[in-house]
Design a protein around this ligand. Sequence first.
Ligand SMILES: NC(=O)c1ccc[n+]([C@@H]2O[C@H](COP(=O)([O-])OP(=O)(O)OC[C@H]3O[C@@H](n4cnc5c(N)ncnc54)[C@H](OP(=O)(O)O)[C@@H]3O)[C@@H](O)[C@H]2O)c1
Length: 341
Amino acid sequence: MKVGIVNVTGYAGLELARLLQAHPEVELTQVTGRSAAGQRLSDIFPNLTGPDLPITAEFEEAVDVAFSALPHAASAAAVIKLLESGVKAIDISADFRLKDPAVYEQWYQVAHPAPELLHEAVYGLPEIYRDQIKQARLIANPGCYPTSAILALAPVADIIEPDIIVDSKSGVSGAGRTLSFTTHYSEVNESCQAYSIGGHRHLPEIVQEVASARERALGRDEAVSMLFVPHLVPMTRGILSDCYARLAVPLSAAQLRDRYREFYRDAPFVRIVDRPPQTKHTWGSNYCVICPCVDERTNRLIVLSCLDNLVKGAAGQAVQNMNLMMGFAETTGIEATPFYP
Ligand SMILES: NC(=O)c1ccc[n+]([C@@H]2O[C@H](COP(=O)([O-])OP(=O)(O)OC[C@H]3O[C@@H](n4cnc5c(N)ncnc54)[C@H](OP(=O)(O)O)[C@@H]3O)[C@@H](O)[C@H]2O)c1
C-alpha cells in the first residue's frame, strides 16, 4: 500500500516520515514541501534512513492514503483535493476537529474552507472512536494538548463536576519548526512561561470532546466549563497535562484507578500508572501515560497525563488511525518502547 505526506518539512511531517519509513505494511512513496520542493529528504532531514525520496510540490503518483501536515486552512484545501481524487486522508491540522464551523471561525479567525465535510470527518482518537475510524475516509487527527487532556478526563467525565482546570506544559517542538521570537533558544532555555491565558485554540477541542464523553455517559447535553493554561518549558518533546476537577461522587484512589484500567482495558497505547509520570516516560513513543489521583482533603480529582507531542500527539496517532482504517493491527509500526533517560 502506498502512502504520501503533504508537507513533510515541518516537525509533524518529519515524524510521519520517520514512522512510515519503518512501517512494515506500507511504502512511503510521495512527500511534498513548499520551499523544499526540488530537494531530497536527506537534504533536509539527514536523520532519516529510508529511501531518499525527492520532495515535490505536489504528489506525482497515486497513493492510497495521505497525511496532511500543513498549517490549518492550507490543510483543508489539500484534504479536499485528496478526497476528490479518491485518496483517504488523515489531517494532522485542526481543520476538521471542531464540529461547529462557527466555533472554528471564532478560534482560527478564518471561515471554514469545507464545512460540508465536518459531519463526515471522524475525530481520530482511537481510544474513543475506534469503530468510526475503521469506516472513515477523512480523519481529524486530534491536537497534542487535547489528546493528553481528553484521555485523562474521558473515564471520569460523568462523575466530576463540569468545572475543570487543565494545566499543561509542552516542549518547544509543539510550536513547530518555523522560527519565532518566543521559541528562540535564549527565550526558552532555563525558563518556563504560561501563554494564551485568554484562551488557547485547543480549548474548544478539549471542551467539545469532554462534553461529548459526559453526554454519552449521562445521556444529557450539559455545558462544560473549562480553564486551560498551557506553558512552554525548555525541553524538545513532551506534554504533561495536570487536570483538576471536583468529584461528584465519593471514590477511593483504588476505585479510581480500577475505573481507568477498565475504561482503557482494550487500549494498547494508554498506560495507567500509580506514580506521577514524567514526560520522558513517553519520549519517541505512541504511549499516553496517565496517573489518576484523589486529593481526599479537597475531594478533588488530580489526573496527570503525559505523552510525546510529536508521536501520540501527532504522527504516531495518525499512523494508529491509518492502521485502523486499513485493517492492520492497531499497533503496527508504532510499538516502540519510549527511550529513557
Ligand atoms: N508540532 C506539533 O507538536 C504538532 C502536534 C499536532 C499537530 N500539529 C499540526 O501539524 C501541522 C504542522 O505543524 P508543525 O509543527 O509540523 O509545523 P512546522 O514545524 O512549523 O512546519 C511548518 C511547515 O509548513 C510549511 N508551510 C507553512 N505554511 C504553508 C503553506 N501555506 N503551504 C505550504 N506549506 C506551508 C513550512 O514550509 P516552508 O519552508 O515552505 O515555509 C514549514 O516547513 C499544523 O497544522 C499543526 O497544528 C503539530
